[in-house]
Design a protein around this ligand. Sequence first.
Ligand code: 5AD
Ligand code: SF4
Length: 449
Amino acid sequence: MMQINNLRPLRGEGRKLFIETYGCQMNVGDSEIVLSILQEEGYRYTEEINEADVILINTCSIRDNAEQRIWGRLSEMRRLRRAKPSLVIGVIGCMAERLKEQLIEGEYGVDIVAGPDSYRSLPQLLRKAEEGGKGINVELSREETYADIAPVRLDKNGVTAYIAIMRGCNNYCSYCVVPYTRGIERSRNPQSILREARQLFENGYREVTLLGQNVNSYKFEDVDFADLMAMTAAISPELRVRFATSHPKDLSDKLLDTMAQHHNICRCIHLPAQSGSNVMLAKMNRKYTREWYLERINAIRKRMPDCSITTDIIVGFCDESEDDFRQTVSLMEEVGYEFAYMFKYSERPNTFSARHFADNIDEETKGRRLAEIIELQNELSLRSNQRDVGKEFEILIEGTSRRSEEQVFGRTSQNKVVIIARKEHQKGDYVRVRITSASSATLFGEEIE
Ligand code: 5AD
Ligand code: SF4
């Protein structure tokens, strides 16, 4: 029989691929996997959208405004296609999963729709589109972790990198679309994670962030998240390890003890509270109370007094009263977060809260509450930064400061940005610094000679 496979030309045949990524770090990681799959197929990456033969938009559905931005982009793409009729346009990621055929059938006439678990089928989907058809695959998987695919780094400073260690989410917070768009939780084989981390270290990277929607529930056979962190930290004392994001309910003492035992596991925990009100927390299906959350904060502080704590907050969730909101304000003050991502509640179709509760806090109230906590957080961040003035830290240099060629910036273990004079410092160097002044966003320091 003829060996057809050997004769098969590369399907991409040097065609140029442009990828635009929206949303979270998981999406950035996914774009890197997509690029790896398609380079293997003969496509070439371009940073010039006007040169592209194929444009893929990796999308986010977490809030309505994220989707609105992408609709805007899609209508701009229509203009590109008018100029170049052979152009293939694909929507991948969470919005692809959520809207499915609607994207192909609608006025935007997208050629390809691929959900987060179907990137291995992109070569076939592209072939269909290039032959004038439409390609769609939005099947979710119980197993897919892309463990064997080496991501092609897009987000490269050559010093810090993200490693996806798990996919999906089983928590079903009532407001959240993620379990529907990214499917059920599954963990990636630890050996493939360690191989990737080691490879990065050998290539000069000095910091990895282990990434997942809910990393502390990582479990692969008998390896749990604390074990995985210890194994990653053991690669080299020169390799910093971070993680994101943790769910408070899964933040174990074992993990905190592991962090405390390794100086290269960074002193920074992102612990989304979402609300300070027990009524809201129950309604959000967060599975913890304010008191329980504060106990976890104490558990962190007891072991690592210098650990920074950051959070996500939602205001204006269904039925949120003025008193519920005040409790969020007081939680933020009590914890004294270093940093927070803050959002107005945005109803997502088909989530539990969309099906069962009314989105009944008016826009003006949502806006007022959001503005109040943003102002509070600025104050908290400034206070926290001012407390650092005079203290010493080790920072990892990431690159040139945006303000001046004469300055470089790096981060402390607590994930705060410090700006220092350039001198001989290179990306990837560790430098001991003393903080000399602070704003709410940045620390300024000097090297300790
Ligand atoms: N509306 C507003 N914010 C949301 N988040 C998740 N879903 C929604 C929603 N429907 C926020 C949560 C989460 C972060 C990633 O996005 O705070 O932690
Ligand atoms: Fe969404 Fe909750 Fe899962 Fe985070 S933990 S992705 S907020 S369902």
